[in-house]
Design a protein around this ligand. Structure first.
Ligand code: PGA
Length: 228
């Protein structure tokens, strides 16, 4: 088992109204007031809502004084300017500490290629934002400057069939070998039941749950199980 701090990064994808965000935080806060599971400093918990909710998430974290960080799910490959519909790294800087880049859903539905991903990484590096760069296996190209990689086998995403921690660890170890990568986390059907298995692996220092992060009860259960 590694001794680094573990990351739990909730990717809400294109989900939740503002009212749903508020009730998620109500639930989280009620539990947190009873038990501060992040107190040991061994967990870094990041919530990645839609762009439109980053401000609200920031306000709720401040209001309840929660030890949570904010993440975006994407960013523009351009600077600020005339790029309708895009959100630039410098705009995100005010609202988030982390940004997910190259998720397989962005590659598949929005045709993001290596060139675009490199540009996004460059813009985020300039603003000192933490990049969570998603790869589908240990062959996926990783742009210069990336330190944290999320290994997410496509067949495990949203299917309820996670990869085994042992197999995921092998891929994570191979990613760590090759580059200047400091951390590899795993994503793909992470649940309260299987989270601990991933975190116990030598080369895996966190998880990126999608579905299980939407329901605050499940998310709380994941943190509880991770902290034991
Ligand atoms: P999932 O999503 O936990 O719902 O499988 C993970 C992800 O796509 O990041």
């Amino acid at each position: 088992m590694h001794t680094d701090k573990n990351y739990i990064i909730g990717n809400w994808k294109s989900n939740k109204t503002a009212a749903e965000v508020k009730s998620w935080f109500d639930y989280f806060n009620r539990n947190f007031q009873k038990k501060n599971l992040a107190a040991s400093g061994q967990l870094e918990i990041v919530i990645c809502p839609s762009f439109i909710h980053l401000n609200l998430v920031k306000a709720l974290i401040e209001k309840y004084q929660l030890p949570l960080k904010k993440g975006a799910q994407n960013c523009s490959p351009f600077e600020v300017g005339s790029y309708t519909g895009e959100v630039a790294a410098s705009q995100l800087k005010e609202l988030a500490e982390y940004v997910i880049i190259g998720h397989s859903e962005r590659r598949k539905y929005f045709h993001e290629n290596e060139k675009i991903l490199e540009e996004k990484v460059k813009k985020l590096k300039e603003k000192n934002l933490e990049i969570i760069f998603c790869v589908q296996d240990d062959k996926t190209p990783i742009p210069e400057g990336v330190k944290m990689v999320a290994y997410e086998p496509v067949w495990a995403i949203g299917t309820g069939r996670a990869e085994s921690p042992h197999e995921a660890n092998k891929v994570a170890a191979s990613i760590l070998e090759k580059r200047t990568i400091k951390k590899v986390i795993y994503g793909g059907s992470v649940t309260p039941e299987n989270i601990k298995g991933f975190l116990q692996e030598e080369s895996i220092t966190g998880v990126l749950p999608g579905k299980s992060s939407l329901d605050p009860a499940l998310f709380w259960q994941m943190i509880t199980n991770a902290a034991i």
